[in-house]
Design a protein around this ligand. Structure first.
Ligand code: MBD
Ligand code: FE
Length: 283
């Protein structure tokens, strides 16, 4: 693959923050949440922090280290990254606990809507010399009652073989490894792409500083992101993982579920094939 300049925390943070403002913040204003609800949630979160401060006798030095760090998260544009890595997985669990169909997972900070349409069977946009094992993925989208969902949309986005996402790391074509597929009349799709590499969240920003200071690691296992949608059904946001990845059991974003681990079959020609379909809950 092309050699990328490394993606700095501040550059990918700025892109992720801009993306959030474009897609989501207009619909999620604090003023629209009832005061009673804000009171309950804000008070309980603060009380949890007070409990920690008292239990561990947090010092002024530690308080000021926290203050400096929180200021840094904002300056680096890393609030989207921080919240998606350390909070979204619980929000996702709660939001989808009623579902009978597919398990989902977190969206993360790097989704971009309106990726190029590739039909029911096609190859995602990639460079001529794109690295990574070619992956041919076929599946069917169905409803909980087993009926096929023709015309369903499967939006796929993922990192490249160097662990970088287009539009968030420099030097990658705009829609690289981002595509929208539409199932045929019987609900089937077949996507050709490449296997992504494991992803390390930026180590040079504030999230990286927290990880280093706490002695954690910065890795997510290799993963494919999808959004699957069909009229009359709940939007499914999920991630798919690869067996044997050393970070499937200790994902920094806590977003792996056993139902989301693929079973790819290596073929003699060096490609891998995989079958994985989606079951959507009626809205
Ligand atoms: C990612 O690629 C990702 O999927 C998540 C959840 C957080 C940071 C980077
Ligand atoms: Fe990701």
């Amino acid at each position: 693959t092309t050699v990328n300049e490394s993606a700095t925390a501040a550059a990918s943070g700025a892109s992720a923050t801009e993306r959030f403002h474009a897609d989501k913040s207009p619909y999620a204003a604090v003023k629209d949440v009832p005061a009673e609800r804000v009171d309950t949630l804000a008070r309980e979160v603060l009380e949890a922090i007070y409990t920690t401060v008292r239990a561990h006798k947090v010092t002024y030095d530690e308080f000021n280290a926290l203050k400096a760090w929180l200021i840094g998260v904002g300056e680096d544009g890393e609030w989207p990254l921080f919240l998606d890595v350390w909070l979204e997985h619980v929000v996702e669990d709660v939001a989808t606990e009623h579902r009978e169909g597919n398990k989902g997972s977190i969206e993360g900070p790097y989704y971009v809507p309106d990726a190029p349409e590739q039909g029911a069977k096609g190859t995602i946009s990639m460079r001529d010399d794109e690295g990574g094992t070619p992956l041919v993925w076929s599946g069917q989208v169905t409803s909980c009652d087993g009926s096929a969902l023709g015309g369903a949309k499967v939006e796929l986005w993922h990192a490249d073989d160097d662990g970088f996402y287009s539009q968030f790391a420099p030097g990658i074509p705009e829609w690289n490894l981002r595509g929208t597929f539409t199932t045929d009349a019987d609900g089937y799709f077949e996507i050709t792409t490449v296997q992504p590499a494991p992803y390390q969240i930026p180590t040079d920003g504030s999230c990286g500083k927290l990880i280093a200071a706490a002695g954690w690691h910065a890795w997510r296992p290799a993963h494919l992101h999808v959004k699957v949608s069909a009229p009359g059904h709940e939007l499914l946001t999920a991630q798919l993982y690869f067996p044997g990845d050393e970070h499937n059991d200790d994902d920094i974003a806590s977003a792996v579920k056993p139902e989301l681990i693929l079973d790819p079959q290596q073929q003699a020609d060096g490609t891998a094939t995989v079958a994985y379909g989606f079951v959507l809950d009626p809205a």
